[in-house]
Design a binder for this molecule. Sequence first.
Ligand code: NAD
Length: 257
Amino acid sequence: MRLQDKVALITGAASGIGRETAVLFASEGAKVVVCDVNDELGKETAKLIEQQGGQAVYVHADISKAEDCKNMVDKAESTFGRLNVMFNNAGIMHSSDDNAETTEESVWDLTMAINLKGVFLGCKYGIPALKRAGGGSIINTASFVAVLGAATPQIAYTASKGGVLAMTRELAVVHARENIRVNSLCPGPLKTELLMKFLDTDAKKQRRLVHVPMGRFGEAKEMAQAALFLASDESSYVTGTDFMVDGGIKAAYVTPE
Ligand code: NAD
């Protein structure tokens, strides 16, 4: 098993990438701390893990709040004895996030509080715990839009994810000698509720797909597989990367018909 005896904390684990990853990590031997603001679905994730014979605990945590982030890390250590893997994955894509002229300041502030400050707070409280465990792996979910200009504007989201990439690089360098690896996971466009709600017409979906060489949206499961590699010791020499899992979108200038 690829995560035998490891304790992994995953934010946004009530749905999408977070849930798929929680279930996959558990099937690879990890004890999982499932964190989210959606208590019903978060508990369901923990139950799914237990039903397949794994170990999980659900913790309510709004990652934009320092107190909640401290509490989720404390809970990992008090329940399972240590923390080895921190997957800062929770994020939002606000339906009113648009271009610079039309986006409300409140939408900008909320997006930054969750997508960017939430990752900072996860690291602020997660890093001391990883140090106590002798090191570990941090994975921060960014997005392909942080490295490419997206035609569908979402100014706050894009800026927040760019911040995640920059912060991840610095963390990777600063903590490299402490046996802590820090990488960004950059998903391409995925067939998850988050994006499908945002691209709510066929025209919008096609406009996005035209840029993907593989010609399809990715699956949350495919992000979980990449996160598994970054979490496990198989990626022991990988740190500070913008790990693209994007169907080739970043590589494409013109995509095949
Ligand atoms: P999702 O909406 O299915 O899951 C996000 C989860 O985060 C939800 O369970 C939600 O309840 C939780 N969440 C929201 N605000 C929170 C908060 N303040 N504190 C704790 N939890 C909170 O979406 P997903 O597609 O699985 O997204 C996961 C990550 O992947 C996000 O960071 C997202 O930006 C990123 N991402 C998604 C796509 C895509 O196409 N879906 C592409 C690139 C990046």
